[in-house]
Design a protein around this ligand. Structure first.
Ligand code: SF4
Length: 506
């Protein structure tokens, strides 16, 4: 889609708003990619896909105009705001103008499309932040809902989802308190690679040889993290081990890693320990017993689907029966908080298949169920080689079923996020039985406090909620890169100490 920005007598540095225009373009016209031709056209008539933006002031009012052309038709959108808003500091001006541009684009785009997306004009990854902030600033839940539905045109169902998650976020903030962080320990190994995955290296066999040195490196990073947290006067509130598939580690390796966490990290006030056991082909009684012995209270056993044909299509080497057995084993070993992940929109799945899967998972009655929507990721086999993926409409029906079945089954949504290139422009939602929310998931997704990542594939996010400041410190993604740059990874922990001492990281 060609994106044009018209210079007007109102100076507005249009190039600052390219990203906002692209975000809305992807929301409304997901198949399009942006182009920025040099010359402005005399008219958009006849353009297959184009948008033209201008900003003008008329006395006390500023007007952001959007003209959009799509499949032989054109439509106009406009958004007005007080001209005085353009006299604020540059940061505030940016927010006002980008908001107006997105809504004007949305108005014109949806007029051409003839329908509105489920999340309306919201383009971000974290739609829950909006109602959370509104309620924190004193708005009632009803007012927060009204803003979502009327200002951002979010559908009533999605507005309710966001509102429920915002309430869970406010409750989680109380649990987190101050002076606390969460810790993420990453195990970026899996026995085989799923078709939709871009995370784990394609060369699984060769990578597995790195598990031993990786564990050694991890132990030194855990120790360095403990020192940094103690120096900064912080304690760990939640700890989450994810991946990859953490249970790719042997029982002995898992034991060493968890023992190091307990020995070096300030975990005396930790209220939640989760290990993503993940794939049933890696779960054994011995490993589960090691987790239990270290006080892990919550595990995730992730079927993604209970349809054997779909499991094969995504490259899993286990069956639905293996999932049921792994779940029963975890109960037997004594886990009373289990999460199960599902994905709507997998290759070779259907609406009926997804409903069967969800009903099957509900029958097992895990405490948490996370329903993801398939997102096509660059580098995944699915993106590169294709696959029989259900349409966006069929995936949307799956999600509608999940809202009915989970809501009707006594679960409530407690965190959600959206991703780029997600089927049907939908969302991932974590559901929970009453009062069994995973605080880590909320803290991480809503960026409520600092999450320190240890190991390959994680990103430390230093968060100052008061100042709204977030600093990202990524660790290398793949094990070989992590091992090669361990010194840098270890010294990066000093950034944490500096951040809490008030200095910005270098
Ligand atoms: S289990 Fe997760 S991380 Fe591992 S290959 Fe599959 S999608 Fe990727």
């Amino acid at each position: 889609m060609k994106l044009y920005f018209q210079e007007t007598t109102t100076p507005w540095q249009p190039e600052r708003y390219r990203y906002s225009a692209e975000q809305m373009m992807l929301t409304l016209f997901p198949g399009e990619r942006p182009e920025y031709p040099e010359d402005l056209p005399r008219t958009l008539e006849g353009e297959p896909a184009a948008a033209l933006f201008s900003l003008e002031t008329q006395e006390d009012t500023a007007v952001l105009n959007a003209q959009v052309a799509w499949e032989g038709k054109t439509a106009q959108g406009k958004r007005t705001f007080p001209a005085a808003d353009l006299d604020q500091d540059p940061h505030a001006v940016y927010h006002v103008v980008q908001h107006a541009l997105k809504l004007a684009f949305y108005q014109a785009g949806t007029a051409l499309l003839g329908h509105e997306p489920p999340w309306g004009a919201l383009t971000g990854v974290r739609p829950v932040k909006l109602p959370t902030r509104a309620m924190k600033e004193g708005a009632s839940p009803e007012e927060a809902r009204k803003e979502l539905e009327e200002e951002y045109r979010v559908s009533p169902r999605r507005a309710q989802l966001a509102l429920d998650c915002a309430k869970a976020s406010l409750a989680a903030q109380q649990v987190l308190g101050t002076g606390t962080v969460s810790v993420y320990v990453g195990i970026p190994f899996c026995p085989t690679r799923c078709a939709y995955c871009s995370f784990v290296s394609a060369d699984v066999g060769r990578t597995m040889k790195l598990v031993d040195p990786y564990v050694e490196a991890l132990l030194s990073e855990i120790e360095a993290t403990g020192k940094a947290l103690n120096q900064a006067g912080l304690t760990v509130r939640t700890l989450y081990m994810g991946g990859g598939t953490p249970t790719t580690l042997s029982a002995g390796q898992m034991d060493r890693v968890l023992a190091a966490c307990k020995a070096h990290l300030p975990v005396e006030n930790c209220v939640e320990y989760t290990v993503e056991a993940g794939r049933p082909d890696t779960i054994t009684r011995e490993k589960l017993e090691v987790l239990k012995a270290h006080g892990i209270g919550r595990v995730s056993i992730n079927p993604q689907t209970l349809e054997d044909e779909v499991l094969r299509a995504i490259g899993r080497r286990h069956t639905a029966q293996d999932i049921r057995e792994a779940y029963a084993l975890a109960r037997e070993v004594g886990f009373d908080s289990i999460n199960m992940d599902l994905i709507a929109g997998l290759p070779r799945d259907s609406y009926e298949g997804f409903c069967r899967t969800l009903d099957g998972v509900l029958a097992m009655a895990p405490e948490n169920i996370t329903v993801h929507t398939l997102a096509l990721k660059k580098g995944s086999t699915l993106m590169e080689k294709g696959g029989a993926i259900p349409s966006g409409e069929e995936t949307a029906r799956m999600l509608e079923y999940s809202l009915d079945a989970l809501g009707g089954g006594g679960y409530r949504p407690y965190y959600l996020y959206r991703q780029k290139y997600m089927s049907g422009s939908l969302e991932n939602v974590g559901w929970t039985l009453p009062s069994l929310d995973s605080v880590y998931n909320i803290a991480m997704m809503e960026e409520l406090h600092t999450v320190v990542s240890i190991g390959g594939g994680g990103v430390t996010k230093l968060v100052d909620p008061e100042k709204g400041q977030i600093v990202r410190l990524p660790n290398p993604k793949y094990p070989q890169d992590y091992l090669a740059s361990l010194d840098k990874v270890l010294s990066q922990k000093e950034e944490l100490v500096r951040f809490y001492a008030g200095a910005r990281p270098r």
